[in-house]
Write a protein that binds this ligand. Structure first.
Ligand SMILES: Cc1ncc(COP(=O)(O)O)c(C=O)c1O
Length: 356
């Protein structure tokens, strides 16, 4: 990713374990509200998230998420969760440079804080790159501005690293790649490389010490929190990743190669935007690359492409008309070539099918 603002790993040393990314985000809702209550601010309980974010499928996870189709099932969001716009430049940044758009999106947080009152806002949560929302990569100006705003108004900054953590963006954490100064991280998926269900909320000394001194007992826990089998698998997984230098190897040998293939695929006449970072990529299908017109509002193009891809032996997820990919970190250059060939063939067949 251009302009990568590589930071040191987040300074988070306290953890609460769980079994999924969703339950970890539920934990965050209780944790950050409890943190402020401990300081005598029980009304500082609003958590700000983004439209089209994905933070899980539990009640709090869905509420933090910004997917209206999910909110409409089950009467969500729960109270005191607010959503600002996502930093989706390709579709929503018309008339601005990426830099200006990134600042504008971030400053929606500042406007909301000022309108609602800083003494009401407990935390902001965001995925470094929105994964399930369609691999939405924010402009470079976005996260530094969010950092500034959170520090200025003393709002806790939570980075949901469920997708971006453990090498996905070329560093251990997406927060490092994107330059996020997080107080709280959500970890799951890559923590065990998916071999066992385990998640963790990892948080800063500032929060840990506050809870320790003033919080009494944090009355929170799941029967399977920190389950020994899951922890053993996660530890072994991390040991292998560290000892075999899987992230470093991927960053040095295959990451740029993969991204160069995504850029090449972006030249296909069906692709309006090819975007990617690390081992994440998306190809957005459009009818007209000049005007960015979609084929329709029912994601027919995406579904058609997904089905053809599956038929060709490659799994690409359709999120609307964005075809998203998330190959394993151990993918080889030869496999990237194979993947490229299959996607190209899939795009040609999709073009043919859509034009019939
Ligand atoms: C960013 C993010 N947060 C949370 C979750 C929920 O994790 P889980 O499916 O383990 O509950 C996901 C799942 O994809 C995710 O992408």
């Amino acid at each position: 990713m251009e302009g990568t603002n590589l930071q040191k790993p987040p300074n988070c040393k306290w953890s609460i374990f769980g079994c999924s990314g969703s339950d970890a985000n539920d934990t965050i809702v209780r944790l950050v509200r409890h943190y402020w209550a401990c300081q005598g601010h029980p009304d500082r309980n609003i958590i700000v998230s983004r439209k089209n974010a994905y933070h899980g499928s539990t009640i709090a996870g869905t509420s933090l998420g910004g997917m209206s189709s999910m909110h409409s099932q089950g009467g969500l969001p729960i109270p005191n969760i607010m959503h600002i716009n996502q930093p989706y430049y390709y579709r929503e940044g018309e008339g601005m440079t990426p830099w200006e758009f990134g600042l504008e999106c971030a400053r929606e947080l500042e406007a909301l804080i000022l309108e609602t009152g800083p003494d009401r806002i407990a935390a902001f949560i965001g995925e470094p790159i929105q994964g399930a929302g369609g691999v939405i990569i924010p402009p470079e100006s976005y996260w530094p501005e969010i950092n500034r705003i959170c520090r200025k108004y003393d709002v806790l900054l939570c980075a949901d690293e469920v997708i971006c953590g453990f090498g996905r963006t070329g560093n251990w954490f997406g927060s490092q790649t994107l330059g996020i100064d997080a107080d709280v991280l959500t970890l799951a998926k890559g923590l065990s490389s998916g071999y066992q269900p385990i998640s963790a909320v990892v948080f800063s000394e500032k929060i840990g010490e506050m809870l320790d001194k003033k919080g009494g007992e944090f009355t929170h826990g799941y029967t399977y929190s920190g389950h020994p089998v899951a922890c053993a698998v996660a530890l072994k997984n991390l040991q292998i990743m560290r000892d075999e230098r899987i992230i470093e190897h991927a960053r040095e040998h295959t990451m740029d190669y993969l991204q160069s293939k995504i850029v090449l695929l972006g030249k296909h006449p069906l692709i309006g935007e090819a975007r990617g970072c690390g081992f994440l990529g998306a190809l957005e299908l459009v009818k007209d690359t000049e005007t960015r017109e979609k084929f329709d509002d029912n994601a027919t193009a995406g579904k058609t492409c997904r089905d053809i891809a599956l038929n060709n032996g490659i799994v690409i997820r359709a999120i609307g008309d964005s075809m998203v990919m998330c190959p394993p970190l151990v993918i080889t250059r030869e496999q990237i070539d194979e993947m490229y060939g299959l996607i190209l063939e899939t795009l040609n067949q999709t073009q043919h099918a859509l034009n019939q």
